[in-house]
Design a binder for this molecule. Structure first.
Ligand SMILES: Nc1nc2c(ncn2[C@@H]2O[C@H](COP(=O)(O)OP(=O)(O)O)[C@@H](O)[C@H]2O)c(=O)[nH]1
Ligand SMILES: [Mg+2]
Length: 294
């Protein structure tokens, strides 16, 4: 998480900078506190965290550096447990889920690139049977990343494409299978059933694979994405989140309620459209990126 994270967090950071600008004044009025509350809420950090931060401000000494350090420690502690997704030695399948446009297909390619760069042999599986364009999109990415690609443009059964992908990965001795799925809303019962089927095929037919479900969350959607994540979690276990499109939004605060309320740890963040624009999540660096004027 080097400079690209710092860059991607610039909009969120500008809100915090304004907060600390107010805090550098000699006397903080009730009006100032209201303004601070507003700015924090705009980062989508949520009401609970905002209230905690206000408490920290009121309980700390008048020294703005103290306040800043106390807020930083509080935020870092809150993210304790969020970290880069370590893919172990055994065979692993990552299933990407999420709503339309949240970045699943792009993230599938980014993950393929990320883990290939650590020497993993990766198979990308195009299990979005709703958008033909998604298959083409992923095929192009797989060529760029130079990993294997499994699809079946005649199939309307994502679970069977996943089955083929895993069989093929075993045959070729690939370590990591990354599955791109169709976008869905939790209200769409049939699509949600399809997700259950994908999961049960993996669990029942490929018990040797460690299954990891990751939800892509468009950071610019802020609080709405919490509802989505909660509903997906009722249908299939969600092991982590990838916060996409962090570049170009001031809502980087969403990682806090996501973990605090839903216990979904953020594992990666998307900071652009290229396949290198995926950064492993690190709480200290993230909080530094939000708060420090680096
Ligand atoms: N700026 C930016 N754009 C992104 C990021 N991730 C995905 N996108 C863009 O978001 C759009 C939707 O992404 P896509 O992967 O097709 O979403 P899907 O419908 O969930 O598969 C595409 O135009 C992507 O290039 C990101 O981290 N930053
Ligand atoms: Mg897609």
């Amino acid at each position: 998480m080097i400079n690209s994270i710092i860059n991607a967090l610039s909009n969120s950071r500008s809100k915090f900078l304004k907060v600390f600008h107010i805090l550098s004044k000699n006397k903080i009025s009730a009006q100032d506190i209201e303004l601070i509350e507003e700015m924090l809420v705009e980062t989508d950090i949520g009401y609970d965290v905002t209230n905690d931060i206000i408490d920290i401000i009121q309980e700390s000494s008048d020294n703005s550096l103290d306040i800043k350090n106390n807020i930083k420690s509080y935020l870092v502690k809150m993210l304790d447990g969020c970290q880069e997704l370590a893919v172990k030695e055994e065979k692993t399948v990552i299933v990407l889920v999420g709503v339309n446009g949240s970045g699943k297909t792009t993230t599938a390619a980014k993950l393929a690139q990320y883990y290939s760069s650590f020497g993993k042999k990766v198979t990308l599986v195009a299990a979005d049977t709703f958008r033909a364009a998604a298959v083409d999109q992923l095929k192009i990415w797989s060529e760029r990343v130079a990993c294997r690609f499994i699809f079946n443009e005649n199939s309307t059964e994502p679970a069977s494409i996943v089955f083929n992908g895993l069989e093929s990965a075993i045959a070729k001795d690939d370590d990591l299978v990354i599955v791109d799925t169709a976008g869905r809303l939790h209200t769409n019962e049939n699509l949600m059933k399809e997700l259950v089927k994908i999961n049960s095929v993996i669990e029942s037919r490929f018990p040797k694979f460690t299954k990891i479900s990751l939800i892509t969350i468009d950071a610019s959607l802020g609080q709405n994405s919490l509802v989505q994540a909660r509903e997906f979690g009722k249908i299939c276990s969600i092991d982590g989140a990838i916060l996409t499109k962090l570049d170009g939004t001031a809502k980087g605060g969403i990682v806090f309620p996501l973990y605090d309320q839903l216990k979904i740890p953020v594992t990666f963040v998307g900071v652009g459209e290229g396949f290198d624009d995926l950064k492993a999540f690190n709480p200290v660096k993230y909080v530094d990126g939000i708060i420090d004027n680096v």
